[in-house]
Design a protein around this ligand. Structure first.
Ligand SMILES: *Cc1c(COP(=O)(O)O)cnc(C)c1O
Length: 358
């Protein structure tokens, strides 16, 4: 009846991954990062499975309000802070915790008569050079924040540019942070997923894991998270909708970017880049067909992609296809396409129906 493409979200796997993360950082509280509609999985579909988290971190007021209206009472952290001074009434009303990364935000807080003191995450730039105050001004900013009547608890926040690499690359940022904050008595929150997995010295009072909750790799390499018993949360599935028997020397798909070298049975799958499958995935990208590993052939089109069925003679029209999921890590597909699992998870398009598995 409907086109066979579908995405599944396994909420049991999501809860399992949060428990796994908590066990890796037993002394820390956890902000579950659910920005970008829970990394493309659907926030309203996911928050219950994460209900035992210590807080939720995101960027949008819409998503924060969705959580509050669903009855979430844990703290909610705005990772990019507020965007305009007149956002503060909303933050006050919904009791959101906000990052503060720029001087104008301090001024806005100073001028705002909050009904309840607003919890603040003071963002420190340790070398990412994206958001945050420079280490040498942090002490002054902290002192100024502390005396503002509108400001409640202040936590120090920072973000690493290279936490998914060798710990050598964290030495300097960590030193910079330690030096800048020795005189400051406040909780710290520095670790994203990569730092949570690979740099326990960054854990402190709060961690902020995102992608690992969804069972994908912070480095973009599937092999790097194999030791951690994380489970993929999203599956992208479809079916074979046609079969072509082609002879040797025939081109397949747009631009004939693949030419058969022998007679080949080609499966046509109802999934293309307009569903969120990466167009840059080259011939040879793995696809799971009827329980067997096969490989794509030719350029991914808007609505279809083609697969060599040599490894799977039993495959036929209607055979199940997993594009990524439990059998095939999203990072494996991302690597083939020159990107990271984060991008594929957040790029599944509107026309793909989602179902929740529990
Ligand atoms: C997205 C984000 C995170 C989570 O990153 P992961 O790599 O998915 O763990 C943590 N902190 C900030 C500031 C972020 O923007």
């Amino acid at each position: 009846m409907s086109r066979p493409i579908r995405a599944t979200v396994n909420t049991t796997a999501l809860s399992h991954n949060l428990r796994t993360v908590k066990a890796l950082a037993p002394a820390s509280k956890v902000w579950s990062v659910v920005k970008a509609n829970a990394y493309g999985h659907g926030l309203s579909r996911c928050y219950e499975a994460l209900a035992f988290t210590d807080g939720f971190a995101l960027l949008n007021y819409e998503e924060a309000i969705l959580l509050r209206e669903a009855g979430i009472t844990q703290p909610i952290l705005l990772l990019e802070g507020f965007f305009k001074p007149n956002d503060l009434p909303l933050i006050d009303a919904y009791q959101l915790t906000t990052a503060v990364h720029s001087e104008w935000q301090l001024q806005a807080l100073a001028n705002f008569p909050a009904k309840k003191p607003i919890a603040v995450y003071l963002k420190i730039n340790n070398g990412m050079n994206r958001l945050g105050f420079s280490p040498d001004e942090v002490l002054t900013i902290w002192q100024r924040l502390k005396v503002l009547p509108s400001v409640g608890e202040v936590t120090l926040m920072s973000h690493f540019a290279r936490a998914d690499e060798n710990s050598i690359f964290l030495r300097e940022p960590l030193q910079r942070l330690a030096q800048a904050t020795t005189a400051i008595s406040a909780p710290r929150c520095y670790a994203n997923s990569a730092a949570t997995l690979w740099h326990p010295d960054t854990h402190h009072q709060w961690i902020r894991p995102g992608v690992v909750l969804y069972g994908a790799s912070p480095s973009g390499r599937a092999v790097d998270i194999e030791p951690y018993n994380l489970r993929p949360v999203m599956g992208l599935h479809s079916e074979i909708i046609a079969i072509q028997q082609v002879t040797a020397g025939e081109g397949i798909g747009y631009g004939h970017r693949y030419t058969t070298t022998a007679p080949q049975r080609i499966g046509i799958i109802a999934c293309g880049y307009a569903d969120g499958y990466p167009r840059h995935a080259p011939s040879g990208t793995p696809v799971w067909v009827a329980g067997k590993l096969c490989k794509t052939v030719g350029t991914v089109s808007m609505d279809m992609l083609m697969v060599d069925l040599t490894n799977c003679p039993e495959a036929n029209i209607g055979s199940d296809v997993e594009l990524w999921g439990a059998q095939l890590p999203v990072d494996t597909i991302a690597e083939a396409a020159g990107t990271v699992g984060y991008e594929l998870l957040t790029a599944v398009t509107q026309r793909v129906p989602f179902t929740t598995l529990t």
